[in-house]
Design a protein around this ligand. Structure first.
Ligand SMILES: [Zn+2]
Ligand SMILES: [Zn+2]
Length: 361
């Protein structure tokens, strides 16, 4: 029987979100219904609400979630009712050209549920990133459920489902930060701090955090920054060179998505170093760089999508490290809130006062 539950809906561009009754179908072949226990509020949810991603309103928002599998459809063998899972938006297909090359972390045909959740009047909902987890229950593809150790609290575990994984993966997977490397991270919000944390975990020797907000730079120290630079007071590139014997860092990670900070990252890296872009730019932005510098400096300019993560490989491993106190995931949770406080959480996020508000159900 389809179930009626409460969910957070964005009905139209720029309008405040509202809690409404939604209808969740029974899982069909390859699908699962998950009882959501916690879901973090991410900038991407706000981008959906603002019409910045597409026009397929109404949206069921929320996508950084952990919960318990309630029921599964035909043919589902990887997860079973009762399993504690983190939801992911990279359920790999196993058949696309990237999967066939042995690189499922870039899968070009990821799975979502095929049935639609709806409003009571039958209007189909577009779930954010194919998840839609600001809801008591949600319908996903079974491959979007990744089992992890239930000892990790849901408000902490769920954050790995998007922003925190993007940051950790930008350092560990895309940037391939290694033992002894020097790293600079531009932008110390949730993703940037996760990139600092990932660099620490990878054994980086110097981890330099750059931001324009002293408060955020203080937070950055709790996530592994060994040095901080306020770029309103100092030239970030000069300071990073000073801190690295005049050379620049091995890996420079841009976690904002702005041309100015991307340029800083480009010039703050050592010869043959790596620039990683994990911040999300707007469509109208352009970068202008001297072509000869792109050639002459060697190394690589990479983009990191969801931290190039493979959820089945990375989520359980990172949860284990968290449970061993080797990864500061708890530090990302600024506050826990109820379903009807998502709109207020958007405003706090815009003011920069929180790393993550997390809805707990
Ligand atoms: Zn694939
Ligand atoms: Zn997100």
């Amino acid at each position: 029987m389809p179930q009626q539950v409460q969910g957070v809906i964005a009905r139209a561009k720029g309008e405040p979100v509202s809690v409404e009754t939604i209808v969740v179908p029974d899982p069909g072949p390859g699908e699962a219904v998950v009882a959501v226990q916690a879901c973090g509020v991410c900038h991407t949810d706000l981008h959906y609400r603002e019409g910045g991603i597409n026009d397929e309103f109404p949206f069921l928002l929320g996508h950084e979630a952990a919960g318990t599998v309630e029921s599964v459809g035909e043919g589902v063998t990887d997860v079973a009712p009762g399993d504690y899972v983190i939801l992911n938006w990279r359920a790999v297909c196993g058949q696309c050209r990237s999967c066939l090359k042995g690189k499922p972390q870039y899968c070009f045909a990821t799975h979502n549920a095929t049935q639609k959740m709806t409003l009571e009047d039958g209007t189909e909902l577009s779930p954010a990133l194919g998840i839609g987890a600001f809801a008591e229950k949600t319908l996903v593809a079974a491959g979007q459920c990744t089992k992890v150790d239930p000892a990790a609290k849901p408000e902490v575990a769920g954050l790995l489902g998007c922003g925190v994984m993007a940051g950790i993966g930008a350092a560990m997977n895309t940037g391939e930060v290694g033992r002894g490397d020097t790293v600079a991270v531009f932008g110390c919000g949730g993703v940037g701090n996760a990139a600092l944390e990932g660099s620490r975990l990878a054994g980086a020797s110097k981890i330099i955090a750059v931001d324009i907000d002293d408060q955020k730079l203080e937070w950055a120290k709790e996530f592994g920054a060994t040095h901080t630079v306020n770029s309103t007071r100092e030239d970030a590139v000069e300071r990073i060179r000073e801190l690295t014997d005049g050379n620049g860092v091995d890996v420079a990670i841009e976690a904002i998505g702005l041309p100015q900070t991307y340029e800083q990252a480009f010039y703050a890296r050592d010869l043959a170093g790596t620039v990683v872009l994990v911040g999300v730019p707007s469509p109208e932005m352009k970068v202008e760089l001297p072509f000869i510098e792109i050639f002459g400096r060697g190394g690589s300019l990479k983009s990191s999508w969801y931290g190039d993560c493979l959820p089945s490989r990375d989520f359980p491993m990172l949860i284990d490290l968290y449970l061993q106190d080797r990864l500061n995931l708890g530090g990302f949770v600024s506050e826990t809130i109820a379903l009807d406080q998502v709109e207020a959480a958007f405003h706090k996020m815009e003011d920069g006062g929180v790393l993550r508000s997390v809805v707990v159900l």
